[in-house]
Design a protein around this ligand. Structure first.
Ligand code: ZN
Length: 260
């Protein structure tokens, strides 16, 4: 079979998949398929066995935590920089969180066994996956500080900027109620924050749509967490793991446990 064949059938867009686009670099896509997810569609469920791993191409995924009283809060967003769900990279077969599609679009879906086999087979793929996991852990920790210390307006600006960055979009089909659930705050607080952002002409909002009108203005309003999280994602993207892996192999260095 043509070694490039698996890539012919999957769209470009996911950073990990695209970094593997070289002959012989991966067997990951042998059984991959492109799936179009709709908003609110679950892909992994809390405490349920995982069958597949999804690499977002145009979809934006949301990892949501919930409490017994029904309170929910977004723990992480996952777009083109990574995959869902993170448990797949941690030698388990069961998801600890539910992953839900927030903005519909395409994902490249890979059987869990193929994902985990490729982690063992390919140091390049393992580098890409572990650096994505590192960025995911770091950004989740940063959002924890953000939720404790920054205002709803700052957090909303941060979330819109990061969601736009991850999904390459400036228009968000989302209600104030959904934004409240994502940020773990009351709908009324979201509406007040939106009024503030509209008054600064950073965004415009209708009942079910929020549009970034002036990203620079929005960045001025957002807390530092936007830049900090974006840098962490960029760092996981901009490295050249393939070249680094080749360099390490040439010098006899395995790279395991080292910072590349
Ligand atoms: Zn913050």
């Amino acid at each position: 079979m043509n070694e490039d064949a698996p890539f012919d059938s999957v769209p470009k867009g996911n950073q990990i998949i695209d970094a593997l686009r070289r002959p012989g670099a991966t067997q990951l896509l042998s059984n991959a398929r492109v799936v179009t997810l709709e908003r609110a569609q679950h892909t992994t469920l809390l405490a349920q066995q995982m069958e597949t791993v999804d690499f977002p191409v145009t979809a934006l995924m949301s990892i949501v935590g919930s409490l017994d009283d029904g309170t929910t809060c977004e723990l992480a967003s996952v777009g083109t920089e990574a995959f869902v769900e993170i448990d797949a990279a941690l030698r388990t077969l069961v998801a600890k969180r539910t992953a839900t599609c927030l903005f519909g679009g395409e994902v490249v879906r890979v059987p869990l066994k193929d994902f985990q086999d490729e982690l063992l087979r390919s140091p390049l793929f393992a580098d890409l996956v572990y650096h994505a996991v590192r960025a995911r852990v770091f950004t989740t920790e940063q959002i924890e500080i953000c939720n404790a210390r920054h205002t709803v307006t700052q957090r909303l600006a941060r979330w819109l900027l990061l969601a736009g960055f991850r999904a390459s979009r400036t228009e968000f089909p989302i209600t104030h109620e959904s934004l409240g659930a994502i940020l773990g705050t009351r709908r009324a607080s979201i509406s007040e924050a939106i009024v503030t952002l509209e008054a600064r002409e950073a965004i415009s909002s209708k009942r079910t749509v929020v549009l970034i009108r002036n990203a620079e203005r929005l960045r001025e309003i957002a807390c530092e967490c936007y830049a900090v999280c974006r840098d962490a994602i960029e760092e996981s993207r901009l490295r050249e793991p393939f070249q680094l892996h080749v360099a390490r192999t040439a010098t006899g260095e395995t790279g395991r446990g080292t910072e590349a």
